[in-house]
Design a protein around this ligand. Structure first.
Ligand code: 5GP
Length: 211
């Protein structure tokens, strides 16, 4: 796996604000980050555009992508396939961008297994009650949709401790800055500094006394 850019996986409950956080992060730092566009077999929602929010696929098309090993990861969620096309991620990491995948927990854990240097971030509102209030406050969802999302959150919470960082979304702008700092600091991990370490070792060699 290339060490130029950091692969970042961002997950969070529905209603956690993760979409908004990603949007702001991209707006503020488009020179550093590349956001991966996933493929899905679910139907487009109103306003969603092909290749912007998702690449919309039929089930046979999606299964062909899996068969041809073109997916970095994929998962089934709410009865549909979702997956990350591999080529874009590899290209952008090679170009030195930090690549962000906004994906659910099963896919996140698969990515970490395949690429252990991946940074896994989970975002949550400050409490379960606040999550519920935020979902309710949107005013766009039926009660049973809210109940389904809260159930989903119960399941997702079971694997939060397998993430590297838990970020609390209380104030959105603070949260965006915090996420940016965590990603920036990840570049100082020795695993991303192989070239510097090599140069340092080479530089030190000439000072080594052999008596
Ligand atoms: P939605 O249908 O609301 O856009 O997305 C449903 C869930 O699928 C969200 O939790 C979203 O993060 C996740 N998701 C979106 N793209 C991918 C992907 O490429 N892989 C996986 N594993 N999950 C994804």
């Amino acid at each position: 796996m290339n060490k130029k850019g950091v692969l970042v996986v961002f997950s969070g409950f529905s209603g956690s604000g993760k979409g908004t956080i990603m949007k702001k992060l991209m707006e503020n730092h488009s020179d550093t980050y590349a956001l991966s566009v996933s493929a899905t077999t679910r139907s487009p929602r109103e306003g969603e555009r092909e290749g912007i929010e998702y690449f919309f696929k039929t089930v046979p098309e999606f299964e062909e992508l899996i068969k041809n090993d073109e997916m970095l990861e994929y998962a089934q969620y709410a009865g549909n396939y979702y997956g990350t096309p591999k080529a874009y991620v590899e290209q952008k990491l090679n170009e030195g961008f930090d690549v962000i995948l906004e994906i659910e927990t099963q896919g996140a854990l698969k990515v970490k297994e395949k690429y252990p240097d991946t940074l896994l971030l989970f975002v949550t509102p400050p409490s379960a009650d606040i999550l519920y209030d935020r979902l309710k406050g949107r005013g766009t969802e039926e009660d049973d949709v809210i109940a389904k999302r809260m159930n989903q959150a119960v399941n997702e919470a079971k694997v939060i401790d397998r993430y590297d960082y838990l970020v609390i979304n209380d104030d959105i702008n603070e949260c965006v800055s915090h996420v940016h700092e965590i990603i920036k600091n990840t570049h100082d991990r020795t695993v991303f500094k192989a070239d510097t370490i090599e140069a340092l070792k080479n530089g030190l060699n000439k000072y080594q006394r052999r008596d």
